[in-house]
Design a protein around this ligand. Structure first.
Ligand code: AMP
Length: 440
């Protein structure tokens, strides 16, 4: 199968070839023809499956069928986080290289005026986070009367982050006749209700189910007292000569504290979370990608959507409150046929969280004690790991790798030497998320 056999124009196919894509990913193979047909689409897809190209390529083709007559936007792509918005915008620019479509991105945390100027100049595709988009609308900087296509990307996260009211306000402002595309990693009742009100007889896109953590990812648990975690992390970074490690904490405050302690210990580190200005977040990510910062400390939501290629290791400094977030977190490593290592520093008070994770992934994680860091309170060594049928309902996609080791061409699965199944970043099925999440 090729991109042109899916019905994409020569210009769009050329843009994918430039990216080194050999074949469409499973989600692309299904979503592209569906979007091209003009139908509404409801897709189960996570970051890393190639979903962005899955909606962007056919969207560009459909917009290209007619010229823009007003200032636009003609396509609106809503994303939950600033980072994801920036990333989707980058992708739109890459894929629209050979077509005349103009795109822009708007999100909060940065000055609004330059965004107003951009919008005034006219554009076809607008990528936006809901809050800032509403601000711009209220200031008469954007109108929605020309919107032909709406994309809700990572809809589940948008609801988790409390954007439902903004989304509903925006929906009410859009022209009734339009194409709607909804992408979500999971389908809770809330998402289904949203989908029912939004989508008209949608094509459902779903690829093979899988609910396990990435196969290539080696996982281990380091039992350690809470007070010793920072020292153990420093030791692991040093002893293993890690040059790039993503570390997760539960809170923004915890991320800041850990970053400071690591820096004091002579290990370059930066934090990325919702209380940081957009500039600081972008800088932290750029420094990390460039290898100038060894440790990037992130909260769950801030990490969502980060496309960091070839991450060899991920450390859970604290376990997440929601077991599914563990799967998201470790999906950041072991990409595209590379092997990765996910380590969790677990103190006795996190025993319950660990048991919840092991129940979800249906596997007991090996414990590794480090000499000098043996905990005073032991973790339960043999938790009961039983399949939980409610959680076993899967609708996640398998498929693609994210970054690949610089080597082109890129391929999603099935390639000799590549990985066969691909990463299942989340693989979680129905999940209901408690409301205590922090903001990104
Ligand atoms: P996404 O799931 O949209 O965040 O995409 C994940 C990664 O897969 C991005 O780095 C894309 O550049 C890459 N990608 C998208 N489509 C393909 C494809 N057909 N073949 C290989 N890589 C792809």
């Amino acid at each position: 199968m090729s991109f042109s056999s899916l019905g994409l124009s020569e210009q769009l196919v050329r843009a994918t070839t430039d990216q080194g894509y050999e074949t469409p990913s499973p989600i692309q193979a299904q979503a592209i023809p569906a979007v091209l047909s003009g139908r509404d689409v409801m897709a189960a897809a996570q970051t890393g499956t190639g979903k962005t190209a899955g909606f962007t390529l056919p969207l560009l083709q459909r917009l290209g069928e007619n010229p823009r007559t007003g200032k636009g936007p003609r396509a609106l792509i809503l994303t939950p986080t600033r980072e994801l918005a920036a990333q989707v915008h980058d992708s739109v620019n890459l894929y629209s290289k050979y077509v005349p479509t103009k795109a822009a991105v708007v999100f909060g945390g940065v000055k609004i005026n330059p965004q107003m100027i951009k919008l005034r100049k006219g554009l076809d595709v607008l990528v936006a986070t809901p809050g800032r988009l509403m601000d711009l609308y209220q200031q008469n900087a954007v109108r929605f009367n020309e919107v032909e296509i709406l994309v809700l990307d990572e809809a589940d996260r948008m609801l988790d982050m409390g954007f439902i009211r903004d989304i509903r306000k925006i929906l009410a402002l859009l022209p009734a006749r339009r194409q709607n595309l909804l992408f979500s990693a999971t389908f809770s009742n809330e998402i289904r209700t949203l989908a029912e009100g939004l989508l008209d007889n949608p094509v459902q896109v779903e690829v093979a189910t899988r609910n396990t953590t990435a196969e290539k990812v080696k996982q281990s648990v380091y039992p350690v007292d809470q007070s010793q975690k920072t020292a153990l992390l420093s030791k692991l970074v040093r002893d293993n000569s890690w040059e790039q490690v993503l570390v997760f904490t539960r809170t923004k405050h915890g991320a800041n504290r850990l970053t400071q302690k690591l820096e004091k210990d002579g290990i370059t580190a930066a934090a990325i979370h919702g209380n940081k200005s957009q500039g600081a977040r972008t800088r932290a990510l750029a420094d990390f990608k460039a290898g100038e910062v060894r440790v990037l400390v992130a909260t769950d939501i801030a990490a969502r959507g980060l496309d960091i290629k070839q991450l060899p290791q991920v450390v859970n400094f604290e376990l997440p409150n929601v077991p599914e977030d563990y799967v998201h977190r470790i999906g950041r490593t072991g990409r595209a046929g590379e092997s990765g290592h996910a380590m969790s520093l677990v103190s006795a008070d996190e025993g319950k969280l660990l048991a919840g994770i092991e129940r979800l992934i249906k596997k007991q994680l090996p414990r590794k004690e480090v000499e000098g860091f043996e905990p005073t309170n032991n973790l339960p060594l043999k938790p009961k790991v039983k399949a939980d049928p409610a959680r076993a309902r899967t609708r996640s996609s398998n498929g693609g790798g994210n970054g690949r080791p610089g080597g082109k061409p890129k391929s999603f699965g099935g390639r000799p030497g590549g990985r066969s199944g691909g990463r299942s970043q989340s693989g979680d099925g129905q999940r209901s998320r408690p409301a205590q999440r922090q903001s990104a």
